[in-house]
Design a protein around this ligand. Sequence first.
Ligand code: GDP
Length: 365
Amino acid sequence: ALTAGIVGLPNVGKSTLFNAITKAGAEMANYPFATIDPNVGMVEVPDPRLARIDEIIPAKKIVHTTFEFTDIAGIVKGASKGEGLGNKFLENIRQVDAIVHVVRAFDDENITHVANKVDPLEDIQTINLELVLADLDSVNKRYARVEKVARTKDKDAVAEFEVLKKIKPALEAEQPVRSLEFNEDEQKIVKGLFLLTSKPVLYVANIAEEDMADPESSKYYQQIKEFAENEGSQALAVCARTEEEIAEMDDDEKQEFLEMEGVEESGLDRLIRASYKLLGLATFFTAGGKETRAWTFKQGMKAPQVAGVIHSDFERGFIRAETVSFADLDKYGSMQAVKEAGRLRLEGKAYEVQDGDIIEFRFNV
Ligand code: GDP
């Protein structure tokens, strides 16, 4: 499964946020063994469409799709030079598909800041610099070797060398690889380099409780947001401490609390949704029978591959996908009406599944 890794300097609220995630995960009715690895927290992806589908095609139960966060431990500062724990930090980041970078955006004299002052931009730079240096190291190692082969006019080497020539100066200027633009062929090469700074990042400002009702008023959040936008990334404001409290509430309490705070959705739910998007994930549904269920697929996947998300037999014996979009089911209000309107589609092997599709797969056993 694709996973987002949580990173940040010490004392910024990472563990608090990760606790909120594991507590929320522990509440999941359908996943009694929500956490297998203590560093992995599994949460449900909130999706109001499930309830609506279940209203139209009632089933015994509703099953949400899930998402995994990984808590990335290790020493940050000096990691790119370091041995042991520092290396472990970089290795762990290499394993994840996206980075959730938690930044301290609250003042609290009782909580020590590692650099003795709250300065979100400096904090971000500290971590990003380690990742940039680690990437520069990998790129430099490759550079000389590929340059040599490229001189023999080997086509792949020439193409890769062009990409390395673009990346190297950027890293030397402390720019992450994700801020560069690549065409499709170059993107494939970049992917093969497994660079840390080419992974998508979501900056999470851990704001003070007082700022929750109006995060935009936090100067720290504004700084983080501006920084994120400049490199083409996204930022989000949450209050980790409050999220930890919310994660322990039941649904009614949670609803009441959020209304009192004047917010529609918990920070954790926004974080889950944003991370899901960051990874290019989308949702399809199965309905009727035992359960109404949401499943995760990667945008761009074709129908047989998507069938394989449910079971490998579905992919192997794929015949067709009987598909209706959520928008159509919602609009017509019953499967019968959907069919009469000619909105039930029989999709074949080449069909690229869309977010919100409700599918019944036909397959040979
Ligand atoms: P980590 O080292 O990044 O994992 O940070 P922790 O999650 O352990 O948090 C460090 C300290 O900051 C703890 O005492 C937390 O209770 C506190 N903390 C975390 N989030 C908040 C917050 O939103 N507001 C305030 N005032 N304190 C927080």
